[in-house]
Design a binder for this molecule. Sequence first.
Ligand SMILES: [Zn+2]
Length: 405
Amino acid sequence: MAQIAHEYVRLVLAMGHHDADYVDAYYGPASIKAEADAAKLSLDDIQKTVDTVTEWVKGVPAEGRDELAQLRHQYLLKQLSAMGARVRMLRGTRLSFDEESKALYDAVAPAYPDSHFQEVLDRLDTRFPGSGPLVQRYDAWRRAFVIPREKLDAVFKAAIGACRERTLKHVTLPPQESFTVEYVTGKSWSGYNWYKGNFTSLIQVNTDLPIYIDRAVDLACHEGYPGHHVYNALLEQHLVKDRGWIEFTVYPLFTPQSLIAEGTANFGIEVAFPGKERVAFEQATLFPLAGIDPARAAEYYDVQTLVDELSYAGNEAARRYLDGTMDRDAAAAWLEKYALMPHDRAAQRIRFFDQYRSYVINYNYGKDLVRKYIESRGGTAAHPDRRWQEFETLLSSPRLPSGLR
Ligand SMILES: [Zn+2]
């Protein structure tokens, strides 16, 4: 298995030469990086080696090992299979949106007709009376909830502090864990966690577009605690440091691991702030820090809860745009109407589709799969301690989407 792990790391790093977004993180041995850089493997070489290493994994018996060792075995097979699919895509193979998400993320997200979203829009429509497109009425109402640029860092730090405190009550983290926060522009995403190893991350927040008050807790939980930073730190602690499994020192982005990463990062927001605790915290702390009227916190989250029901509208736009049944302008107009994204946000989202494609399902469908899995193991909202425990176990293991079912 050590040789397989070494080859796997080398292959992921080799993919980075053909696909700039492929290697999301690497903190393993510098010697393997040097090896991958020197070898300059072609896509053809990578495909052949993926096939060879896959046969090696299949040749190692997994039965009779402990659960983590069995999960490791399945993890390597799925990750290698996704790598092969990405190689074929880079060589020009066209997959449909659903074929691609199945091949890369081990999952196919449900599809919804327009009427599903229209029903939510009808309910929202009654909240914002007046004429003109609903997206404009919603956007005008929402302007009062933008975090002013000069208050962003203070608000974001307070949110991180609260997420961290809540996480530490339930999850044992390495004492030296930490991260830094940077504000950036010119990106297709709104936030990013770059894991650096030794339990440290760099978190970047994109300030291209206005940042609304809900993004503070969302980003602090998603990128930090108990999201990506915690996930990566627990994998490093339990799989790399404790077991010496170096394949976890590399994180290839377009693979099933990303559905677990994004799904847990999004579900983690609810785990950290169950029920009404979020509104209570924001009303008492974040709204005043941001200079937003705290008396409007409940009103804001009432609307947000409804808008969240439109989350799969983004997948529909991506599916239709990438499958070629909608062009760029039509997809932007569809996002404005059905996902209530103002024009500039819709345009940013389409740049995200261009760059990351079917990756979009990892956020909402990933969250739904993670929630179902945690709840099926007793980690329901009514049993918060159990929920944290199951959540920590999932974050500390190499379990992949098909293993959630
Ligand atoms: Zn994420």
